[in-house]
Design a protein around this ligand. Structure first.
Ligand code: ZN
Length: 321
C-alpha cells in the first residue's frame, strides 16, 4: 500500500509504454472545453438575457453538415420572437415563438455573441470555424462555431424539443428537485455491475454530465471510477448524491452571470482532476493519473479514490487478450 503522496513521488514522471501515456495535459486543453450541464446552463442564461424578446431576422448555415433537420425550414424562423433560451441535458434550446433551434455543441463547438454581425451571408468554407449565424433584428447576433476537423456540432429546427432524438432519450436532470437520492439509487441498481464512471456520463441515464464532471464528482465523492454501480452501500450512495448536487450546483453558481466568452476559463480553473494528468491533486497532493476509458480517458487521484492503488488500463488488457 502506498502512502498518501508517496505514489506521486514515485510515479511523478510519466512512464514509457501505453499503460500511462506520457502526454502533457497542457497540450490537451480540448478535454476541458466540452460544454457540460453547468456551461450549457450558463450559456442559456446569458443568451436568454440577450435574445429574449428580440426577433430573429435570418439564420445562415455555413457548415451544412451541422443542420440535422429540413422541416420546418430555416426560413420559418425569420421574423419570430425569441421567447426563452433553456437547456435539456447538454442541449441548448432557443424557443422562437414555438419553433425551437436546438444546438448540441459537442466537443469543439461554441457560441459567440456579437454586437454586430456582417450583413452579407457567410460563405461556406472549410477553413472558417463558423457553422451557423443567427442574425437578430438589430443586426446583433450569434455565431455558432466549431473548431477542428471533427464535425460533430449539431443544429435542429423542430416544433417540439422532444423531436430531437438525443433529447427524447435523456435521463433525469441531476439538478432538478425530482432528482432525489431514491432516483439515484434506482438508477444505480438498474445499471448493475456497470462501472460508475460510464453510468454517470451516459446521457440516457442521467442528463448533462460528461467526461469532465463525472471525473470531478467521483473525485469529490472519493470513489473509484471503476466501482460497479450497484455495489454502493447507503453511505456511499449519500456521498455520491451529495457530490453530484454540490459539484454541479457550485459550477452552475460560479458560471451564472458570466458571458459565453468567459465560461471555458472558469470551468478549467476549477477542475481538480479532469485534464490534469501529472499535476498534483488539490486535496492531497498525490499525482493525478489517467487511464483509458471507452472512447477517451479519465483522470483520478489514486490516494483520494482508489486507496493509493493505480488503476489498470483496461483497454490495453483487452487488446492483449
Ligand atoms: Zn487526492
Amino acid at each position: 500500500m502506498l502512502r498518501p503522496g508517496g505514489s506521486g513521488q514515485r510515479f511523478g514522471k510519466p512512464r514509457p509504454g501505453p499503460a500511462q501515456p506520457a502526454r502533457d495535459p497542457r497540450t490537451r486543453p480540448r478535454l476541458a472545453r466540452v460544454p457540460e450541464l453547468p456551461e450549457v446552463e450558463a450559456l442559456a442564461l446569458d443568451l436568454r438575457g440577450r435574445l429574449q424578446d428580440r426577433a430573429i431576422a435570418q439564420v445562415h448555415v455555413a457548415a451544412f453538415s451541422a443542420l440535422k433537420t429540413f422541416d420546418p425550414p430555416l426560413s420559418a424562423l425569420e421574423g419570430t420572437l425569441v421567447d426563452d433560451v433553456t437547456r435539456h441535458g447538454k442541449f441548448l434550446d432557443i424557443d422562437a415563438s414555438g419553433l425551437h433551434v436546438v444546438l448540441h455543441l459537442a466537443r469543439a463547438g461554441w457560441v459567440r455573441w456579437r454586437d454586430e454581425v456582417p450583413t452579407t451571408p457567410p460563405k461556406p468554407s472549410t477553413k472558417s470555424p463558423l457553422a451557423v449565424r443567427i442574425v437578430l433584428d438589430d443586426q446583433s447576433g450569434l455565431d455558432v462555431t466549431e473548431a477542428g476537423t471533427r464535425k460533430s456540432l449539431a443544429m435542429y429546427v423542430v416544433r417540439d424539443p422532444a423531436d430531437v432524438p438525443g433529447i427524447a432519450s435523456l435521463g433525469p436532470d441531476p439538478l432538478t428537485d425530482d432528482f432525489t437520492i431514491d432516483v439515484l439509487r434506482e438508477i444505480l441498481q438498474r445499471e448493475g455491475r456497470k462501472q460508475i464512471k460510464g453510468v454517470l456520463r451516459h446521457q440516457g441515464t442521467i442528463a448533462g454530465i460528461g467526461n469532465a464532471y463525472s471525473d470531478e464528482l467521483l473525485h469529490a465523492a472519493r470513489m473509484s471510477p471503476f466501482k460497479p454501480a450497484s455495489s454502493l452501500d447507503d453511505e456511499e450512495l449519500q456521498t455520491l448524491y451529495d457530490a453530484i448536487r454540490t459539484v454541479l450546483g457550485d459550477a452552475v453558481a460560479r458560471s451564472r452571470g458570466l458571458a459565453a466568452s468567459e465560461l471555458k476559463g472558469e470551468k478549467k480553473s476549477h477542475l481538480a482532476v479532469h485534464g490534469r494528468t501529472g499535476l498534483p491533486c488539490p486535496v492531497c497532493g498525490d499525482t493525478v493519473r489517467e487511464v483509458s476509458f471507452a472512447d477517451s480517458s479519465l483522470q483520478y487521484c489514486p490516494t483520494c479514490q482508489t486507496g493509493g492503488k493505480p488503476l489498470a488500463d483496461r483497454r490495453m488488457s483487452r487488446l492483449l487478450k
